[in-house]
Design a protein around this ligand. Structure first.
Ligand code: HEC
Length: 140
């Protein structure tokens, strides 16, 4: 029966998608070199941003006009993030963040700064260390 096969196929995809989402909502962990202490990061599945007590505030202030992807794609220093905010305020009608600007900047600096461990863990592997280079032509 052809229809039965199609239904089975759709069910298989649905089950596959469900388990895929489960994997993604579980914690992303990374072990770091800071004294062997393993850092554990939780990623908010809806936005892809690092979960933290400030996340709700960041989402309220920063995902009203555009997707969180614009944040995820960048790594700036605190000054760099401040500059972006001023730029959006000047050209894109971003409002005055008031008291929450500090909360938002603390969050961005911590998780989406150029060298934050959290950002690296969420973004890409840590850079290689202790690389021993050798000349390609050298016979060893
Ligand atoms: C009032 C609307 C609005 C809000 C709220 C807003 N933005 Fe933006 N943002 C924009 C617009 C418009 C752009 C330009 C989008 C484009 O180029 O496609 C932008 C671009 C960006 C970019 C890309 C800048 C670049 O150099 O390419 C980043 C990063 C960014 N926003 C971060 C944030 C953060 C962090 C917050 C929270 C403080 C925020 N945005 C809140 C309107 C907003």
């Amino acid at each position: 029966m052809k229809t039965a096969k199609i239904i089975l196929f759709i069910a298989a995809i649905a089950i596959g998608l469900t388990s895929f989402q489960t994997i993604h909502s579980t914690q992303m962990s990374s072990s770091t070199k800071n004294g062997g202490v393993a850092d554990t990061l939780k990623i908010d599945t809806e936005s892809g941003l690092v979960d933290s007590p400030s996340l709700m505030m960041v989402k309220a202030q920063c995902t009203a006009c555009h997707s969180s992807k614009l944040i995820l794609q960048h790594r700036f220093t605190r000054a760099g993030w401040t500059e972006r905010i001023r730029w959006m305020q000047k050209y894109h009608k971003l409002w005055d963040l008031g008291e929450s600007e500090k909360v938002v900047l603390d969050y961005l600096e911590k998780y989406y700064g150029p060298s934050s461990v959290e950002a690296r863990a969420a973004f890409r592997r840590a850079p290689l260390k202790d690389i021993q280079w050798y000349k390609v032509n050298e016979r060893r």
